[in-house]
Design a binder for this molecule. Structure first.
Ligand SMILES: Nc1nc2c(c(=O)[nH]1)N[C@H]1C(S)=C(S)[C@@H](COP(=O)(O)OP(=O)(O)OC[C@H]3O[C@@H](n4cnc5c(=O)[nH]c(N)nc54)[C@H](O)[C@@H]3O)O[C@H]1N2
Ligand SMILES: Nc1nc2c(c(=O)[nH]1)N[C@H]1C(S)=C(S)[C@@H](COP(=O)(O)OP(=O)(O)OC[C@H]3O[C@@H](n4cnc5c(=O)[nH]c(N)nc54)[C@H](O)[C@@H]3O)O[C@H]1N2
Ligand SMILES: [Mo]
Length: 671
């Protein structure tokens, strides 16, 4: 919590041009935004505007569009269930399903793959399951930095006898040495090792690795015949497809020897209950959906789903990214959601799908989307292809940012722009009926309440639900769209929750259950009773041919990852503590043998060029760091490297930008 504040004077003193010269770190460190600001067409500075005028301006601009599908309603994943639910009602009521959100760049591949395989786009484990798992696979995830609380769950799992295998191109320090911050005894020691075994996989080698494992399990007859018969479909075809594999191909793509894969297959077949956790190292590749479905197949072979100590665990990002989806933030026009919304609110939602983040950017670039509204986030810096996204933003008539703090996107705007500052989750949210709380859903599908206790950074701040209601009311007065009294909903958030209960399955008695201290579990059919709402009514073995990246000589596969001192696009410092990197953020981690062969040395200034189809993208001035990373692989930090990721390079099925599969050339900088 910061005490610093950005006032109208701040914007009076510094033009958008001045602010553009500052670093992202500096922008963030200026503190909280405190009052609504507008950037008028042709103006150099943001100036104050009232809330009323802001809402009128947005409504006017929206109503002047030829078609509601020219508007974009982006959501970042910190938004509460209540605000997110109203936000998607606003978009759909206005007449569009253009609800791109940060999950399109994050776990969309997981949601897509799991829905096809097991009939729900979420994980199937509870926190308690970790204490009875015998084996936990941590794949493509860096919990030490990004999910520190999960380390505690992993440590407890170990105490209960679980083995942990991490599958990652890097040996992430949090996994190797674990020091529990609240436990001084552990702090004194050298730290405990969390993972018992590290599989040093190539970037994008996971599909091949899991194919190898599944081949071994099938070949050795190490599968649960009765589970497969009762609960799955497609096994016979799958079995035939993986009976013979090309080991040379598997070894070369994964970088793991046949011997090691066979050994791990043995560990798997001897483990009674397995949990597989994964994050962005798996979801941001061209073949992420295929890879996740191959991981699911491993679980289906052994029946490791829907029972104690076993299941699938995509580890989420933002605090409420899963809840936002549950309450309707989705560009996909789901027929039952549309029907439910109409029944509870009178809103007639269009039936064509809206834009995800990639298609939203394309529409803005092509002039087919002209009003961009964001409930949080930093679309400019989070998205691939930064330079193109900047153009897309500039193409808009109006850009609107509901935000807590200043970020780069506020400076790369449409012709007109609004910054609408909102309360943070830790702040007291007082409405006419008294103090309000909101609700969120965690990774395990538990919905619980969240109440702010500290004094708001400014009296002029509105809550996110109040901002949505303000825009909606201004719109309703021009173009009636629903049976809702938006203002009444915001007076008492229980009314929003009642509406959620009437619209979204699983929220029965929402207002009473959310008041329970531990919250409540949303239904999860695979976990609760081995029910799979797929096209066959069973969990499905899905087979895909293996695909891989093919870098040419002198080309590398690059992943873009987080450092210890950042939260997504918010960077706190140039240091990456656990990886021992202090030399700033424009660095490329490279294997020392690769460096030598390319006549490069640690500390060299290099230029990066990404190669996609016949497109080249250049990014100058990176420092080379020699690092323990598999040969042929390199790593850079997100968001600095995003300008190298082509907009059109996305995962099949989920359309997620391939932030972990970028082919690059590296050359010594001349200056
Ligand atoms: N402190 C902090 N916490 C955060 C965030 C933050 O920025 N800072 N962000 C939040 C969000 S939104 C998210 S989504 C999560 C992200 O959490 P993570 O997914 O842990 O984040 P990344 O840094 O993207 O890490 C990807 C990991 O996958 C590995 N990896 C990369 N490519 C591959 C591959 O092809 N195969 C395998 N097996 N591994 C690979 C990398 O070496 C790295 O360890 O964290 C959340 N928590
Ligand atoms: N190359 C590459 N790109 C990536 C990734 C990667 O691994 N590599 N990861 C992707 C992933 S996993 C994600 S989730 C996206 C993240 O994409 P986003 O969610 O769009 O980005 P964030 O940086 O989390 O957004 C931070 C901004 O949100 C605002 N904010 C913070 N708290 C609140 C709040 O309570 N309310 C409101 N209204 N605003 C708030 C602040 O203004 C802050 O500047 O980035 C993706 N981009
Ligand atoms: Mo994320």
């Amino acid at each position: 919590a910061t005490k610093k504040k950005i006032t109208a004077k701040f914007f009076q003193r510094q033009s958008v041009g001045d602010l553009s010269q500052k670093s992202d770190e500096w922008l963030n460190s200026q503190g909280r935004l405190t009052s609504p600001m507008v950037l008028d067409e042709g103006a150099d500075n943001y100036t104050p505007i009232s809330w009323e005028e802001s809402f009128e301006m947005i409504a006017d601009e929206l109503c002047s569009l030829e078609n509601p599908n020219q508007s974009i309603f982006y959501t970042s994943g910190r938004t509460s269930n209540e605000a997110a639910f109203l936000w998607q009602l606003l978009a759909r009521g206005f007449g569009t399903n253009n609800l791109p959100d940060c999950s399109n760049m994050c776990h969309e591949s997981s949601g897509f793959a799991l829905t096809e395989s097991i009939g729900i786009g979420k994980g199937t484990v509870t926190l308690e399951d970790f204490n009875s798992a015998e084996l936990i696979l941590v794949v493509g995830q860096n919990p030490g930095t990004n999910h520190p609380r999960m380390l505690t769950a992993l440590r407890d799992a170990k105490k209960h006898g679980a083995s942990i295998i991490s599958i990652n191109p890097l040996i992430e320090t949090g996994m190797k040495k674990f020091k529990h911050p609240q436990n001084p005894l552990e702090m004194l020691g050298s730290g405990k090792s969390i993972s018992d075994r590290h599989v040093r996989i190539n970037i994008n080698g996971d599909m091949a690795f899991f194919r190898g494992l599944n081949h071994c399990l099938v070949k050795n007859g190490s599968y649960d015949q009765s589970f497969i018969e009762s609960y799955t479909s497609g096994f016979e075809e799958y079995k035939v497809s993986v009976e013979n594999v090309d080991w040379v191909q598997i070894e070369s793509i994964s970088g793991i020897s046949r011997q090691e894969i066979e050994l791990i297959a043995n560990i798997i077949s001897e483990s009674k209950s397995i949990i597989t956790c994964w994050a962005m190292g798996i979801t941001q590749h061209h073949n992420s959906v295929e890879t996740i479905q191959e991981m699911v197949n491993t679980h289906l072979l052994g029946g490791h789903i829907g029972r104690k100590g076993a299941g699938l665990c995509p580890v989420r990002g933002h605090s409420n990214v899963q809840g936002d989806r549950t309450v309707g933030i989705n560009h996909i026009a789901n027929p039952s959601l549309i029907q439910n919304i109409q029944n509870s609110t009178g809103i007639k939602t269009p039936t064509i799908h809206g834009f995800d983040v990639v298609n939203a950017a394309r529409a803005m670039l092509e002039g087919n989307a002209k009003v961009y509204l964001a409930m949080g986030g930093n679309f400019l810096s989070a998205m691939s292809d930064t330079k193109l996204i900047a153009k897309a933003m500039n193409n808009c008539e109006l850009t609107v940012f509901v935000s807590t703090k200043l970020n780069r996107n506020h400076l790369v705007t449409g012709k007109k722009s609004l910054i609408l500052p909102c309360l943070g989750r830790t702040e007291i949210d007082k409405q006419t009926t008294g103090h309000q709380f909101v609700s969120v859903e965690n990774s395990m599908g538990i919905v619980h309440s969240s109440q702010g206790h500290i004094k708001p950074a400014s009296d002029a701040l509105l809550s996110e639900p109040a901002i949505v209601a303000g825009i909606a009311s201004a719109l309703e007065s021009r173009r009636p769209m629903s049976d809702l009294e938006w203002g009444d909903l915001v007076d008492d958030y229980d009314r929003i929750r009642d509406l959620i209960e009437q619209t979204i399955p699983g929220f029965n008695e929402f207002n009473s259950r959310v008041r329970a201290k531990a919250g409540f579990y949303l239904p999860n059919p695979p976990r609760d009773n081995l029910t799979f709402n797929t096209e066959t009514g069973k969990a499905i073995f899905r087979f895909h041919n293996m695909s891989c990246l093919s870098p040419k000589v002198n080309e590398y596969v690059m992943m873009t990852i987080r450092s210890h001192d950042q939260y997504n696009t918010t960077v706190y410092s140039g240091e990456d503590r656990y990886r021992g990197i202090k030399s700033g953020r424009r660095i490329v981690m490279m294997n020392s043998i690769d460096a030598k062969e390319s006549n490069l040395r640690a500390g060299d200034l290099v230029n990066l060029t990404s190669v996609f189809r016949d497109e080249l993208r250049h990014s100058p001035n990176w420092y080379l760091v020699e690092y323990d990373i598999p040969r042929g692989n390199v790593a850079t930090y997100f968001p600095e490297a995003n300008e190298l990721i082509p907009l059109n390079s996305t995962a099949s099925g989920s359309n997620t930008p391939t932030s972990k599969s970028v082919i690059v050339r590296i050359s010594k900088s001349q200056d």
